[in-house]
Design a protein around this ligand. Structure first.
Ligand code: ZN
Ligand code: FE
Length: 260
């Protein structure tokens, strides 16, 4: 049984560890220091590095880790990440024999042009997905390199994973994202309830991640572009009825960029 552990990095990044039988694979090590400290303390051995996209807060620790541990490095084939030994594309499946785990690769462009997610159907009984900066708790990544249509399509691929799938994103943004979600859907009991729970968690210093596909489908405005309330909110921003879900998505993504 593979265990999933989280390490903190920088202000609000999570580095995820997949652990079994004395080995760990690490997802998005933006900083090597917390990973090295973990390995030292636990005695676990590093067996692989997985990168979701090329941003420094996700791959900044790669060189230092590789210098110490020459392990396979998986990453998006469409992005230039020094150290990646196994370039991947959507539809690929990787095998991590040390931790007896298979992961399916989902292409999720939008935040960056080659962004990938790692989906483990066998993890946590119900499956888990490591989605970097694509889907966040109650939000989604900014569009640095992709179009709204690409990002909306990428989010739709994650939205159709089984509802209990746990979502391990790379940042603790849930509480501020929910402030925006409440403005988009002020009448949503689900968003109100989640905001209260998340406020309690954060006040107690607890992480809000992992979240689940189920929870995101209920409260994340970026997964709810077909919901009448979200469409209406987008229409009020645009001054007309959005033509489709992509236009709704684009309108609320743009709105969020200016929100605070
Ligand atoms: Zn990023
Ligand atoms: Fe990031």
């Amino acid at each position: 049984m593979t265990e999933i552990l989280g390490l903190h990095a920088f202000d609000d990044n999570y580095i995820w560890l997949l652990r079994a039988g004395g080995y760990v694979a690490v997802v998005d090590p933006g900083d090597a220091a917390p990973v090295l400290a973990y390995l030292e303390k636990s005695g676990d051995r590093l067996c692989a590095i997985l990168a979701t996209h090329h941003h420094g807060d996700h791959v900044g620790g790669l060189a230092e880790l590789l210098a110490r541990f020459p392990v396979p490095v998986f990453g998006p084939g469409l992005e230039n990440i020094p150290g990646v030994s196994h370039p991947l594309a959507g539809g690929d499946r990787i095998e991590l024999p040390e931790i007896a785990l298979q992961l399916d690769i989902i292409a999720v462009p939008g935040h960056t042009r080659g962004h990938i997610a790692y989906y483990g159907p066998s993890l946590n009984d119900h499956g888990a997905v490591f989605c970097g900066d694509t889907l966040f708790g109650a939000g989604c990544g900014r569009l640095f390199e992709g179009t709204p249509a690409q990002m909306q399509d990428s989010l739709a691929k994650l939205a159709v994973l089984p509802a209990p799938t746990l979502v391990y994103c790379a940042h603790e943004y849930t509480q501020s994202n929910l402030r925006f979600a409440l403005v988009v859907e002020p009448g949503s009991i689900a968003v109100q309830r989640r905001s209260e729970n998340v406020a309690k968690d954060r006040a107690a210093g607890r992480p809000t991640i992992p979240t689940s596909i189920h929870s995101e489908l209920e409260t994340n405005p970026f997964l709810r572009c077909e919901a009448p309330a979200v469409r209406a909110a987008a229409a009020s921003r645009l001054g007309r009825v959005p033509a489709d879900a992509v236009e709704t998505f684009a309108a609320i993504r743009e709105w969020k960029n200016r929100f605070q």
